[in-house]
Write a protein that binds this ligand. Structure first.
Ligand SMILES: [Zn+2]
Ligand SMILES: [Zn+2]
Length: 212
């Protein structure tokens, strides 16, 4: 079964999740935006073996620690979707703008596309491409655990910002309705910021995406 621990990192309180298979204790880390020493301490405390970095999108609070962590532990970088290449190219600039130290660009070992599958130990997660907040944003869904790691696509009571270059609110709302809702009302999602919620709760009450 898939287990996870969410650790808020960076001044943006970005929800970095350590996910692992409780059979093999192999782990992946989703969106290591920063605070790498703290993340490595949590990984050690959990007794899991980190095998890969998975990225939802290339904003600095999500991806800023990627290059350094990949180098420290010799990890493959999985994701995001190629639509976010321009955000990766701008990583140094993003770092300067927001006062993040040590943010280098990186080259993903494997880009992701809609319908891909990523595996950690015996657990498989489905990849859905959900553009709108950024053009290359992906989410990771575990049907087995009924969990989805959605980055900045959807929040409890809100949706991701769309005022960045290549942001598109209509596209974001379509991504949520067409690619998240089918995962099921009882699926718990872990957003990039703030508390968890369920798709059912948001489908009913979230003013940005509830049924008209
Ligand atoms: Zn973002
Ligand atoms: Zn974010």
């Amino acid at each position: 079964m898939l287990k996870y621990l969410t650790v808020p990192v960076t001044p943006f309180a970005q929800n970095c999740s350590i996910v692992w298979c409780d059979q093999t204790m192999d782990a992946a880390i989703i969106d290591p935006g920063g605070d790498l020493d703290r993340l490595q301490a949590e990984i050690k405390r959990l007794g899991v073996t980190l095998k890969a970095i998975w990225l939802t999108h290339a904003h600095i609070d999500h991806a800023g620690g990627t290059a350094e962590l990949a180098e420290r532990l010799n990890l493959p970088i999985i994701g995001p979707h190629p639509g976010d290449q321009f955000w990766i190219d701008g990583m140094v600039q993003q770092g300067k703008m927001f006062g993040f130290p040590h943010c280098e660009p990186f080259t993903p070992t494997r880009w992701l596309a809609d319908g891909d599958v990523v595996q950690i130990g015996q657990s498989q997660l489905n990849v859905r491409h959900c553009p709108g907040h950024t053009p290359g944003h992906v989410v990771f869904h575990s049907p087995e655990a009924k969990r989805a790691f959605v980055g900045d696509v959807l929040f409890a009571g809100g949706i991701g910002r769309t005022d960045f270059p290549q942001g598109n609110q209509a596209q974001l709302v379509s991504s949520i309705r067409e690619r998240l809702w089918p995962m099921g009302d009882d699926t718990v999602f872990i957003p990039g910021h703030g508390p968890e919620s369920t798709f059912g709760e948001e489908r009913q009450f979230n003013p940005y995406v509830r049924a008209p």
